[in-house]
Design a protein around this ligand. Structure first.
Ligand code: FPP
Length: 241
């Protein structure tokens, strides 16, 4: 387990859109999956860097509800990478005291992957260090739609009074209901978009769009972004005290 930094007003929850694996591989004349494998190694490095940076929650966008539009070869390769990654890292997460959770809709995921996700969540359920959340078949709109459906079911069953529905109610139905909102959202690879990631949860997050391609993103760069966040003034729509 790494040394936990004293919390200094830096971001407690960092969310990352890990973009640029494909371009990184293409620049080396290699198939896109080569980039995804390099990207997976970076995930490990950044998870390890969380405690020393005072980051208690890390949420990463691994596969979106839109990513099924990629070629069958790339989708199958990514699914196999996720299976292997979970199998390989599970014990290490326990050793590092990392609690793993998954968000997203599992319905389209294959049974073996889904079973491994359950296993990783159970095995790390007692861990009290970094909270790593992996978004897999995740889309912000899809999450809000699924949450609204469950909320409507509770209303129809008489368990919830529509008059009681407010901005505190809906988040209880989101996949992220046990997590705090992200303080800082980072997107690599030069695109300034949020691509359907944590739409509800990031309402007051700070954003960092950086040019680095995900497989080149290092813990030093992570440290710089986390440190520069510490100097910002977040007012949540209010005025400075
Ligand atoms: C976006 O890059 C990346 C993805 C769709 C996959 C993210 C997956 C990883 C980083 C692999 C490892 C993750 C885990 C949890 C093991 P892109 O392919 O869209 O890149 P491009 O924009 O350059 O084409």
């Amino acid at each position: 387990m790494g040394t936990e930094a004293k919390h200094n007003g830096g971001p407690r929850h960092v969310a990352i859109i890990m973009d640029g694996n494909g371009r990184w591989a293409q620049a080396r004349g290699r198939p896109r999956l080569f980039g995804h494998h390099a990207g997976a190694r970076r995930v490990r490095e950044i998870v390890e860097a969380c405690p020393e940076n005072g980051v208690k929650y890390l949420t990463i966008f691994a596969f979106s509800t839109e990513n099924w539009k990629r070629t069958q070869i790339e989708v199958a390769g990514l699914m196999s990478l996720f299976r292997r990654y979970i199998m390989k890292e599970m014990q290490d997460f326990v050793r590092q005291n990392v609690r793993v959770r998954f968000i997203g809709d599992r319905v389209r995921l294959d049974e073996k992957l889904s079973a491994l996700m359950d296993e990783a969540e159970e095995l790390t359920g007692h861990c009290t260090g970094t909270n790593l959340t992996i978004a897999l078949n995740y889309g912000g709109r899809d999450e809000v739609a699924r949450a609204t459906k469950r909320l409507a079911e509770d209303v129809a069953a008489g368990r919830l009074d529509p008059a009681d529905v407010d901005t505190e109610t809906l988040p209880k139905y989101l996949d992220t209901h046990v997590l705090p909102d992200p303080d800082l959202v980072i997107r690599t690879s030069g695109e300034a978009r949020i691509s359907n990631f944590l739409l509800w949860q990031s309402a007051y997050a700070e954003y960092e769009f950086i040019d680095t391609l995900w497989p080149d993103f290092t813990k030093d760069e992570f440290h710089c972004l986390v440190s520069s966040y510490g100097g910002r003034d977040r007012r949540f729509g209010g005025v400075k005290a």
